[in-house]
Design a protein around this ligand. Structure first.
Ligand code: SIN
Length: 504
């Protein structure tokens, strides 16, 4: 085990005292392999605050060699972890849930520092992350098999659910805690072991979680964390896909990367579950409760400044209520406060980096060049910091503009008028993506009709907030496959073993 250098210890204590982080043990700058903190200060990468671009901490940049060690540790741990009882795993998951909840305030500060989101949103994320451990602790005890009637009188058929083995987990920066617990919770519940590569932008939350998992008594090797920089990320993804010891890869990220990982996994034929890009339509019908729809639009489109996979991307508003909806929405967005996530009163934080700001600007420009009307915002806000973009509302957007087809992943609300259900359904489904969709109506036959016809994995009806541990989370089309959370979330982590007993 490499001990921490004096300089690293000093930067940790200075970060903790600057931001009031009470549990200093949560701040980690090394990776976690086989129950030990590994990595030294000779090869590190910078973790910065997107609100200021200030350096937070230098984190050990682990190597492909370290990844091999983590896989070996996970594989060794699996031999005994797979034989543990469901009760034992449920108790550990429950302890992990409580430890996260006990450390909400500190974890929220760490998350806001590296991700930029307002601290209240980060606290919400910590609770969301914890809820997956709680949920999967409960699911662990319900992994029941079947007794299936055989057509051969002397035979009996029974099935048991067995863990797949070592799981490789690749997670994004937008939910640095919850996207890990949604996957690792299912892995632990089923008796699998995991090697997690967190996003290079946000390793601190992941490492804090590893510390708490260790405190909860999770055996060594069950939950390894590999912090690596951007340049090394590709090789780790490739290794996870090509190494036959890893029996499943779970990835949340872009459709482009998902497609590469799928190709790389072809030789090892492992299980995959991918949660990829989205292009969620958000439709408001003439019979909707407009105030509720405005509230829903704010939550769904501007949650985390537009940086979630399930954010509404394009808003379709019926022509008869377009003016009223637009006026109310603009008034609401004006009340939001853009700023540093750690500043009191901030409702919306920065984007993760300058490329994200550029993407929003491209969509704004494309809309305005093609004749749309700027109703609010529209500017890059260098006065606030390096990665800020105005919360922006644009009217008179059409289906021909880029924002109708590409995910913005930023705070741009584009409003498109429609005149009939048939037309808007065609537009909503005119995309290769199919993660989330939303619509607001008080017509009950439309709720079922459209709910069934809209092409996406999850539909919010009269709500802009769909995420919770009970929801089967996942997409169709180029938005991926597999479901996380819910009673289905364990399915990709188990193999069904059939035993046919004959000669009775
Ligand atoms: C995501 O953006 O990938 C996850 C969003 C959520 O869980 O609500």
């Amino acid at each position: 085990m490499n001990s921490l250098s004096k300089a690293a210890k000093m930067s940790i204590s200075s970060l903790a005292s600057t931001y009031g982080i009470k549990n200093v043990n949560l701040l980690r700058t090394q990776g976690f392999i086989d129950g030990k903190w590994v990595g030294d200060s000779t090869s590190t990468f910078d973790v910065t605050n997107p609100a200021t671009d200030d350096l937070l901490l230098k984190v050990s940049n682990l190597t492909v060699d370290d990844a091999h060690k983590a896989i070996k540790s996970s594989s060794d741990a699996f031999k005994s972890f797979k034989t543990t009882t469901a009760r034992y795993r449920a108790d550990i998951l429950n302890k992990m849930y409580h430890l996260l909840m006990d450390n909400v305030d500190d974890l929220a500060i760490i998350c806001s520092l590296e991700n930029g989101k307002p601290v209240a949103d980060s606290a919400g994320e910590v609770k969301y992350a914890a809820s997956f451990y709680q949920w999967f602790g409960e699911e662990a005890q319900r992994l029941t098999g079947d007794v299936i009637p055989s057509n051969i009188p002397s035979n009996r058929i029974i099935t048991v659910k067995q863990p797949v083995g070592v799981v490789g987990i690749l997670t994004p920066w937008n939910f640095p805690l919850a996207m890990i617990s949604r996957k690792v919770g299912a892995a632990i519940a089923t008796g699998c072991t995991a090697v997690v590569k967190p996003a290079s932008e946000t390793p601190l939350s992941a490492l804090a979680m590893a510390y708490l998992a260790h405190e909860a008594g999770l055996p060594k090797g069950v939950f390894n964390i590999l912090p690596v920089d951007h340049a090394t990320t590709k090789s780790i993804g490739e290794l996870f896909c090509e190494d036959d010891t890893i029996k499943k890869v779970s990835f949340t990220g872009s459709t482009g990367v998902g497609s590469v990982l799928m190709t790389q996994s072809a030789k090892t034929l492992k299980k995959l579950s991918f949660e990829l890009g989205g292009n969620a339509p958000f439709i408001v019908f003439e019979d909707a409760d407009i105030d509720k729809a405005v509230e829903g639009a704010l939550i769904s489109k501007l949650r985390q400044s537009g940086q979630t996979c399930v954010c509404a991307n394009r808003l379709y508003i019926h022509e008869s209520i377009y003016d009223e909806f637009t006026e109310k929405l603009v008034a609401k967005v004006k009340k939001c406060k853009l700023g540093n996530g750690l500043t009191e009163g901030t409702t919306h934080g920065p984007l993760v980096h300058s490329r994200a700001v550029d993407k929003v600007q491209q969509h704004v420009k494309d809309c305005l060049d093609k004749g749309a009307t700027l109703l609010l915002g529209g500017k890059v806000r260098t006065d606030l910091g390096p990665n800020f973009h105005d919360l922006t509302v644009i009217g008179d957007v059409t289906q021909e503009m880029a924002v109708a087809h590409e995910e913005t992943f930023g705070p741009l609300v584009p409003l498109i008028k429609f005149s009939s259900e048939e037309q808007v359904l065609e537009w909503a489904n005119d995309t290769e993506f199919g993660l989330a969709g939303y619509f607001f109506t008080n017509n009950y036959s439309r709720i079922f009709r459209l709910g069934e016809q809209i092409e996406c994995g999850m539909v919010g009806i009269n709500t802009g907030a769909i995420s919770e541990a009970a929801v089967p989370f996942g997409g169709i089309k180029h938005s991926g496959f597999g479901r996380e959370g819910s009673k289905y979330g364990v399915n990709d982590y188990i193999n069904i073993k059939t035993m046919v007993i004959g000669g009775l």
